[in-house]
Design a protein around this ligand. Structure first.
Ligand SMILES: NC(=O)c1ccc[n+]([C@@H]2O[C@H](COP(=O)([O-])OP(=O)(O)OC[C@H]3O[C@@H](n4cnc5c(N)ncnc54)[C@H](OP(=O)(O)O)[C@@H]3O)[C@@H](O)[C@H]2O)c1
Length: 301
């Protein structure tokens, strides 16, 4: 019987079900790390062929053949397809199967566990776009959340993670959705906040490009500050300086553009007051003044 723990990395036969953005990036990175992918299957054989064509020794096939031929199978389908895929193919005892979703429970792979396979989660905390080479370059240094009750599979996944130049994170059971939501704050929500800022530029006739040209250097500086000093001590802006007058001017301006935008600004500033207090940058009086300004009627200065 083939067992995950019995193979040195070089002989471990890796396979993918799903041939999209994550699968292409991860498979290329694994190959570059000396861990070639042997099989890929997908909903459409054509997608599997495209991905196999990017790799040096990979065959496109149907998902069942991936499972039959490989020791460790990555399910890299959209989240909603993970459980149906796990239930649609026949697994064998001892092989490893992981999904790559951040939020989905490992229990989605229960049909594989019922057949004796070792199940787990392998989620790189990175956003993979349409360019697979760019995605590969973005991988080193990323955290990979690993969840596997089976010690041999967990050890194997940590080894692969190290070979990729990534940092392995052991997630406790039940933490996946919170862990994945945290990524939303560092990725999706940044875009949402940039969109709010771009709307302000557009309100005086500027373009999105002009806004991004001005705001992205600021964002890069902000990220560098957070990396250098931490989230609380590194926070810039009028809240961290206790500048209640400027906050009042912002509220009036935003209320005139869109009351919902001013409401979001208020919520963010209130969280900022907590952060600035934690960093010791505001005393009690400054914090109270800011909170009073943020609770005034929207049009008041
Ligand atoms: N992209 C990211 O930034 C990222 C980052 C971390 C984790 N993830 C996770 O990685 C997984 C894949 O995401 P993705 O962005 O790579 O998605 P994607 O680009 O949409 O690719 C999904 C792939 O799965 C295939 N597929 C769909 N339904 C299938 C089924 N029933 N059976 C077999 N194959 C099926 C698709 O099929 P066809 O091409 O054959 O039609 C496609 O090749 C998700 O769980 C996601 O949460 C993604």
């Amino acid at each position: 019987m083939t067992r995950v723990s019995e193979h040195p990395s070089a002989e471990l036969r890796l396979g993918f079900i799903g041939a999209g953005r994550l699968a292409q990036a991860l498979a290329l990175a694994l190959q570059q790390a000396g861990l070639p992918v042997a099989r890929v299957g997908s909903r459409r054989l054509e997608s599997a062929r495209v991905m196999a064509g990017m790799l040096s020794a990979c065959q496109a096939c149907d998902p069942q053949e991936v499972t039959d031929q490989c020791d460790l199978v990555f399910i890299a389908t959209p989240d909603a397809a993970i459980a149906p895929v796990a239930g649609a193919v026949a697994w064998r005892a001892g092989q490893g199967v992981v999904h790559c979703s951040g939020a989905t429970s490992v229990a989605a792979l229960q049909p594989a566990a019922d057949a004796g396979a070792r199940i787990g989660g392998f989620h790189p905390m990175q956003a993979f776009g349409a360019d697979p080479q760019a995605a590969v370059r973005s991988l080193p240094g990323c955290t990979v959340a690993i969840e596997a009750a089976d010690p041999a599979l967990a050890a194997r996944l940590h080894q692969l993670t190290s070979r990729l130049g990534c940092v392995g994170l052991t997630l406790p059971p039940g933490a996946r959705a919170r862990y994945h939501a945290s990524g939303g704050y560092a990725s999706q929500h940044v875009h949402v906040l940039l969109a709010e800022a771009v709307r302000l530029w557009q309100s005086w006739g500027a373009t999105e490009q002009q806004a991004l040209d001005a705001l992205l250097p600021l964002l890069r500086g902000t990220l560098a500050s957070a990396a250098r000093s931490g989230v609380a001590a590194g926070m810039p802006g009028p809240v961290s300086r206790g500048d209640a007058g400027t906050v009042g001017l912002h509220r009036q301006a935003l209320q005139a553009v869109d009351p919902a935008m001013r409401d979001l600004y208020d919520q963010l500033c209130l969280r900022g007051v907590v952060l600035a207090r934690r960093a010791g940058r505001l005393d009690d009086g400054q914090a109270q003044t800011l909170e009073q300004v943020l609770s005034r009627p929207p049009d008041a200065p």
